[in-house]
Design a protein around this ligand. Structure first.
Ligand SMILES: [Zn+2]
Length: 333
C-alpha cells in the first residue's frame, strides 16, 4: 500500500502547550520545505508558509489568522470574517474560480456552496500529486478528481440515522406564510434562507438579529430586511435568540436533531452525498479533518470499502510550536 511519502506530502499537527492546534498542516519537501496550514491557527511566529481558510465559520479559525499576510481566503470569506470579528482581514483574497499562485503551484479554487464564499482548493505538488482540500461541503458536482482528498465528515457516521437527510425546502417555504420565526446560524444558513424565500416570491420584510442582518446586507444586499421589532413579522434569528421573539410558530433550520422543532435545511452533504463526493473525486488517500467522532466512523467505513483513509486522530507526526520553545527558554533564563 502506498504511504503519504509516496505522494510527496506529510500531514502534521502542531502541539501548543497542552493541546493541539486545530486541524492540520501539510509539509511538502522539494528544494525547500513548504508548510501549508489548513483551517488552522498560528502562534506569534507563524510556522506555515501560507494558510488556506476554506470559509468563515469559527470552527475553521479564519478569525484567528486574519491578521496574517500569508492567510488566503475568498473575498466573501474575508468580508464575513471582518463583519463577524470587527477586525481587518490582512491576508490575500481571491474570487472563487480564480487560480492563485503560491510556491510556484497554481491553486485552483472551487465553490462548495456551504456558506457564501466557501472554497475548495486544488493543486498539484512537485511530483504531480493532485491535492484537493474541500472544507465543509454542500455541493460537490464541480469538484475535480484528485489523489489526496482532505474533507469533512460532519455527517460521516454510517450507523447514525441523523446522518441521512434531504433538505425540506418545500416545508420551509410552506410555513413561511404563517409569519414564523426561523432559527438559523447567522452566517451561511441565514443568507440561504433569505435567498430561498426571495426566489419563491416572498417579498415582505424579513426581520433579523444584528449579526445576521449585517452579514446578509453585506453579502447578498437584500433591501427588504430590517432589524428585529417586537411584532409578529417573519424573522430569521440565531437559534439562541429564538426564545426571545414572540412569534407563535418557531422552527430551527437544521439537520441537527438536538433542537425541538426543526425543518431540515442543512449546509452540509449528508452521509450518502459525502460518499458520492468521494467516489466522484476518486482519491487514493482521504484525510477526514472535520467532524469529531464521526470522522473516525467515516474513516472506518472508507477503509472497509478499500480506501486509504485517516482521521485527524491518526495524524501521528506532531511538531512543537516554536513559540512555546522560545517562551520555555526565556522562562528558564
Ligand atoms: Zn462550516
Amino acid at each position: 500500500m502506498k504511504e503519504f511519502i509516496d505522494f510527496g506530502v506529510l500531514p502534521i499537527r502542531v502541539s501548543s502547550r497542552r493541546s493541539l492546534r486545530p486541524h492540520l498542516s501539510l509539509i511538502f519537501r522539494a528544494e525547500s520545505k513548504i508548510t501549508v496550514g489548513i483551517d488552522t491557527t498560528e502562534g506569534r511566529t507563524p510556522i506555515n508558509d501560507f494558510l488556506l481558510i476554506t470559509h468563515a465559520h469559527r470552527d475553521h479559525y479564519g478569525h484567528r489568522v486574519m491578521k496574517f499576510e500569508h492567510t488566503i481566503a475568498s473575498r466573501e470569506t474575508a468580508k464575513a470574517l471582518e463583519i463577524i470579528s470587527r477586525e481587518s482581514f490582512r491576508g490575500r483574497c481571491f474570487e472563487i474560480g480564480d487560480e492563485i499562485t503560491e510556491n510556484g503551484w497554481k491553486i485552483r479554487t472551487y465553490e462548495t456552496f456551504h456558506t457564501p464564499g466557501s472554497t475548495a482548493f486544488y493543486w498539484k505538488n512537485d511530483i504531480g500529486t493532485r491535492i484537493l482540500v474541500t472544507g465543509d461541503v454542500k455541493e460537490f458536482k464541480e469538484l475535480p478528481k484528485c489523489d489526496l482528498l482532505i474533507t469533512e465528515a460532519t455527517y460521516g457516521d454510517p450507523q447514525d440515522p441523523s446522518c441521512y437527510f434531504e433538505d425540506d425546502v418545500e416545508g420551509f417555504l410552506n410555513v413561511s406564510d404563517e409569519s414564523p420565526a426561523f432559527g438559523a446560524y447567522p452566517f451561511g444558513k441565514a443568507q440561504r434562507a433569505v435567498r430561498l424565500l426571495r426566489e419563491s416570491g416572498f417579498s415582505d420584510i424579513i426581520q433579523m438579529d444584528g449579526l445576521s442582518f449585517s452579514l446578509t446586507r453585506a453579502i447578498i444586499g437584500d433591501e427588504e430586511i430590517e432589524l428585529l421589532k417586537d411584532d409578529e413579522s417573519l424573522k430569521i434569528v440565531s437559534p439562541k435568540e429564538l426564545k426571545r421573539v414572540r412569534n407563535r410558530k418557531k422552527f430551527v433550520l437544521s439537520a441537527q436533531k438536538f433542537y425541538r422543532s426543526t425543518i431540515t435545511l442543512s449546509d452540509h452533504a449528508d452521509f450518502r452525498n459525502l460518499l458520492l463526493m468521494i467516489e466522484r473525486c476518486d482519491p487514493e488517500l482521504v484525510i477526514l479533518y472535520h467532524g469529531g467522532r464521526r470522522a473516525e466512523r467515516m474513516r472506518d467505513y472508507l477503509r472497509n470499502s478499500g480506501y486509504f483513509a485517516i482521521s485527524l486522530k491518526d495524524v501521528n507526526t506532531i511538531i512543537g510550536d516554536p513559540n512555546d520553545l522560545v517562551e520555555g527558554i526565556s522562562r528558564d533564563i
